[in-house]
Write a protein that binds this ligand. Structure first.
Ligand SMILES: NCc1[nH]cc(CCC(=O)O)c1CC(=O)O
Length: 307
């Protein structure tokens, strides 16, 4: 009898969309696939900011456990939510072709307030990376915590007396809920691996590894690999004021990485460029430059706040 591939998914619309994409790709290759809903702790607590919970892999833990317990065969994650240290026995078998990478500002009226230095805007986001970069650019603005899945966050923005809130473009565009009142934040450097999806499986599951292999996108894997190496060398956590983005053009991989202090006072940016076939150690090297420039002290402060 043919094996049915069980894909685990959380029940947010974004998670469902991403799991369904992987299901459809596997089905198109002749596999039989079913989706298995898995509840995640990451979506339950809507009040406490993630960095205060201090748990790594808050979005991915439940699916990883389901994989290890053999309740599912494939876990589909937003790659930016995946800790750089994988649980033992699991493997990131396929990195899918990247979607929209940047962050997006959803605003209430218009964006004229951004140009008014006398106006204290109220902005929703719980991402300490977005907070830090926003405060560096707009130190006089006030930030508000905004937790929950994408739909919940849009509802909360509508209900609050805020000017705008920040989202990943991928999260809104994939499920078709990007409002007309929105603009891409080109100046904001995204989270490492933002906009990419990864399908994980058990390391020793040869059948699933073979099934997932055609879904792997080498360029995306190379770029997100450098971004995640930068993150891993600096700190390793997934909720940090660390950003990184790499892309390939004309055979060259271009990398930019940044570390900010929590209030945006200090900021360290590094760039690298190299032939796409010659990027080994690039993320680590860039991270070590950040540490040497003074980033080490900033990392120490962040560690102390989180623990
Ligand atoms: N941390 C939650 C999360 N994880 C992945 C996405 C969107 C998809 C992506 O960035 O790849 C989001 C929502 C957001 O950050 O607004």
């Amino acid at each position: 009898m043919e094996k049915i591939i069980r894909i685990g998914t959380r029940d947010s619309q974004l998670a469902m969309w991403q799991a369904t994409l992987v299901r459809d790709l596997l089905t198109a290759n002749g596999h039989t696939v079913e989706l298995v809903p898995i509840k995640s702790e990451g979506d339950i607590d809507l009040v406490t900011p993630l960095y205060e919970i201090g748990v790594q892999g808050i979005f991915t833990k439940s699916l990883d456990l389901a994989l290890l317990n053999d309740r599912i065969d494939v876990a589909v994650h937003s790659f930016k939510d995946v800790p750089t240290q994988l649980p033992q026995g699991l493997l990131n078998a396929a990195v899918l072709e990247r979607g929209p990478v940047k962050d997006l500002l959803v605003y209430k009226q218009d964006t004229a307030f951004l140009d008014d230095p006398a106006y204290t805007a109220h902005i929703g986001t719980s991402s300490i990376r977005r907070k830090a970069q926003w405060l560096r650019r707009y130190p006089h603005h006030q930030l508000h915590n905004l937790r929950g899945n994408v739909i919940k966050r849009l509802e909360k923005l509508a209900a609050e007396n805020w000017d705008a809130a920040i989202f990943a473009a991928a999260g809104l565009e994939r499920i078709n809920v990007r409002p007309a009142n929105s603009v891409i934040l080109d100046w904001m450097l995204p989270a490492p691996a933002q906009g990419a999806i990864v399908a994980a499986c058990r390391e020793n599951d040869a059948f699933i590894r073979e099934a997932l292999a055609p879904l792997h996108h080498a360029e995306t894997a190379l770029c997100t690999g450098v971004e995640r190496e930068f993150l891993r060398t600096l700190l390793g956590g997934c909720t940090t004021p660390i950003s990184a983005y790499a892309y390939i053009r004309d055979g060259q991989l271009h990398f930019e990485g940044n570390l900010c202090s929590l209030n945006g006072d200090a900021s360290f940016t590094v760039t690298r460029q190299s032939a796409a076939g010659n990027t080994a150690g690039m993320g680590k090297d860039a991270a070590e430059e950040v540490l040497a420039q003074g980033g080490r002290e900033v990392i120490e402060v962040i560690r102390n706040v989180q623990h």
